[in-house]
Design a protein around this ligand. Sequence first.
Ligand code: MLT
Length: 331
Amino acid sequence: MPPVARRPLFALATGALAAPWIAGGARAQGNYPTRTVTVIVPFAAGGPTDTVTRLVAEAMGRDLGQTVVVENVGGAGGTLGAARVAQARPDGHTLLLHHIGMATAPTLYRRLPYDPVNGFETIGLVTEVPMTLVAKKDFPANTLAEAVEVIKREGDRLNYANAGIGAASHLCGLLLMKAVGTAMTTVPFRGTGPAVQEVLSGRIDLMCDQTTNTTEHINAGSMKVFNVTTAERVQSLPNVPTSKEAGLPEFEVSVWHGLYAPKGTPAEIQQRLSKALQAALRDEKLVARFADLGTAPVAQDRATPDAHRKFWQADIAKWKPIIQAAGQFAD
Ligand code: MLT
């Protein structure tokens, strides 16, 4: 296990350097993509972002007529992978698939090696994934109300896993601990892919994670689940109550994902990528797999650069006062 944090916490170069890249991208766009496209996942392999990205990449590759590969660059709550893409050549061959962390990082992190707001072009939204509060199999509670009692009683003797500050599992944990009024010991991982293994092995007590990473373990009976964090129940987990049904209505969050390119990627390439993303989100195999994992693609008119940018900017504005009021930063 990685080191334990005892407390729960809440450029692209422009000008001269950027110009040749932009010109190169513009020259290439007639027959774009000219080679393999890489999508960076800013979390570990085997986790929820990785799962969504691999499905999207495979289907986009069919539309683009090129292989789309996935590379995992985990760490620092997703900011290492985001930095890699912000600093990549803006020619459409290096992309980022990231989630709600893109809306919290601009306020949570004061010193990033890239511009977290203006360092990217948006391609389109992908999906909004419900979360689940899960626990190791022998956790001494069977309902959310009982879990809350255990958390109040045991406090920081309990280990709560997350994927670093600003990760969805971190935000969800904050909501839970705020609602309960008790802190647990936070154990950060490079992604919830490895973290979920620690819940399965019993070394981690509790974790909040996306249904794309927990559904199969829950349905196999290898971990406990207390609630889904959405207003409605999730089709793939029909017996799991919502937070409201389970008595904690304020414990509600879903994890939106979007596809990004480095700042300066030509508009024609953004549009081509958006078209490929829309095709991927209509792909029957992808839709069926998303449904198995408790989620669904966004509507086609949300998988566009404009809709994505507006949604992202609004979410940055939504999280800013919440993070500032908490008064805790990641750096
Ligand atoms: C992951 O892919 O590991 C997750 O999205 C991490 C998180 O945000 O909780």
